[in-house]
Ligand binder design. Structure first.
Ligand SMILES: C[S@@+](CC[C@H](N)C(=O)[O-])C[C@H]1O[C@@H](n2cnc3c(N)ncnc32)[C@H](O)[C@@H]1O
Length: 281
């Protein structure tokens, strides 16, 4: 499993895997993921994402760290041959069930991201999509960039849509109505793993039954961009946007189609970023 990492990092990823297994049943029943029919796969995408992704019909699309497949299903609906990969066995079981219920064909694979090339084969995908809470769980972005480049066909494209490292640096959390957003956490990488022990997950729902410990790693925008440049991918677009797909703070206002932004009284800061990077054809 994910060979090439030191034993401490391997153990941390194993803890994360158990933590995601424990989160899965809570997420499936949560209002946040809306799997009772209150949310649609397309609710997880902003308009600009479809502009950037372009035509997907007949394309081979891989969703790395797909979790319950709540976004993955949208690619299948767009006519893509779709594969989802995640290391949580519980998440993959649920993703398969959810796809079956939605009557869409998706191949779900249980694997660590770092083993994706061995498991799926290299040079196989037109689009690798990932993000919205994915990279912060990975210890090494350089190794991630190498495998993304290997998974892509010549002419293929990575589309990464991620929470902005500035969002992750903001605090305090939870935020009282009177408190200003302040820089409370690292923006820059290099401080090692952040260890958490949270009895609850980020969705609504009961306390976790199982592993509550987890590890995260900070990855700045510069670190991600340079990792992709170093493996020869050509970055063709980098958007920084003020949108989030959920209401992170009470004062956020609707931005249309279920998305949220800070009100005009707050400074305009990026909360997500989206990046297209092409493999030369
Ligand atoms: C927040 S989800 C991101 C997917 C999606 N945006 C969502 O919100 O449902 C993070 C996913 O990354 C997976 N994950 C974390 N580290 C991983 C790794 N090393 N290999 C494969 N999957 C991993 C977890 O199991 C989890 O399903």
């Amino acid at each position: 499993m994910a060979s090439g990492f030191d034993t401490t990092t391997q153990a941390r990823m194993q803890t994360n895997e158990a933590n995601w297994d424990a989160r899965t049943s809570v997420h499936v029943a949560s209002k946040f993921y809306g799997l009772d029919g209150t949310m649609d796969a397309f609710d997880w995408f902003a308009e600009f994402e479809w502009e950037d992704l372009g035509e997907l019909s007949g394309r081979d699309v891989l969703h790395l760290q797909c979790h319950l497949g709540t976004e993955t299903i949208a690619f299948a609906h767009k006519g893509a041959r779709t594969v989802g990969l995640d290391f949580s066995g519980e998440a993959v079981i649920q993703a398969k069930r959810i796809a079956e219920q939605a009557e869409v064909e998706i191949e779900y694979v249980q694997s660590n991201v770092y083993d994706a090339v061995e498991v799926l084969g290299g040079g196989r995908f037109d689009v690798v999509y990932t993000g919205k809470g994915a990279l912060c769980h990975l210890p090494d972005v350089n190794r991630w960039a190498v495998l993304v480049a290997e998974l892509l066909r010549p002419g293929g494209r990575l589309y990464l849509v991620e929470f902005h490292p500035l969002l992750n640096a903001l605090g305090p959390e939870p935020r009282e109505a009177t408190q200003e957003l302040l820089l409370r956490h690292d923006y820059l990488e290099g401080c090692g793993a952040e260890e958490n022990d949270w009895p609850y997950t980020y969705t609504d729902g009961p306390a976790l039954q199982g592993e509550t410990a987890s590890y995260q790693w900070v990855h700045s925008l510069g670190e991600v961009v340079n990792a992709l440049i170093d493996v020869g991918l050509r970055i063709t677009k980098l958007r920084e946007v003020e949108l989030l797909p959920w209401q992170c703070w009470e004062e956020m206002v609707p931005a249309g189609k279920g998305w949220w932004r800070l009100p005009d009284t707050e400074p305009r800061v990026p909360l997500m970023y989206a990046l297209c990077a092409n493999k030369s054809g």
